[in-house]
Design a protein around this ligand. Sequence first.
Ligand SMILES: C[S@@+](CC[C@H](N)C(=O)[O-])C[C@H]1O[C@@H](n2cnc3c(N)ncnc32)[C@H](O)[C@@H]1O
Length: 257
Amino acid sequence: MATPLNQDADRIYVEEYKLVTPFRFDEAVAQVFDNMISRSVPGYATTLELINSTAALYAQPGTCCYDLGCSLGAATVAMANALPEHCRIVAVDNSAAMVERCTANIGEYQRQYDQPRTEIDVIEADLSHIDFQPASIIVMNYTLQFIPSEHRADLIAKLAAALVSGGCLLISEKVHFNDAATTERMRKLHENYKRQQGYSDLEIAQKRTALENVLVTDTESTHHERFKAVGLTSDLIARHLNFVTLLATKPSDSNEG
Ligand SMILES: C[S@@+](CC[C@H](N)C(=O)[O-])C[C@H]1O[C@@H](n2cnc3c(N)ncnc32)[C@H](O)[C@@H]1O
């Protein structure tokens, strides 16, 4: 399930900064993003496999399949590889640098087929401004954590309303835990994962500073409660340290009432 990405190594925080500025999905990050996310998020490759298998199970012909916060299009490609005919993927990101590269990657992906089976539209937009079409699968792979906390419940309600009967929302997120000791234990294990991937202590510390108040985690139970409040049934389907993947489904009409 290789994506057509060919990227530089992430060296963004190698040199010591006098002042570490808040993290942004800008040109410099887009340039190295594939390398950055796979070395920073334990289980990232597994989430792409889960997106592929979830799309195979849940995508319904005649509906939209959304990749929200698509970055370079890795989740879009994972979905596209599994879709039945007559689905349309809409990949959305509000970073111009990401959308430019994603558009190029998806163009390359589509060119391998004489007749691409799936229409894929890559759109530069903020998620809060999208009018969602009826959807059978909506993927947010590590995106909700960048949406301001006060807007998350409204966004999830909008997504749940867009889901067709039997559709699903697949969300991966970094989380914290109900007790501080577990959160701290997982933080240390995650930092060790990053060391194993070749990041130095300085890189790890500067990235952590940059992400403060930019990547804001919830607990797993907050996610489940948010889904339940809008009529979705959710399950934890994967966890790697402090990173979880949750599958939230909308009941089929036949199960309702
Ligand atoms: C961690 S990355 C997602 C990784 C990607 N889904 C993957 O699987 O490779 C988060 C993405 O969400 C985008 N993003 C953050 N806030 C957004 C918003 N309000 N509207 C649209 N995109 C947003 C960022 O620009 C970034 O590309």
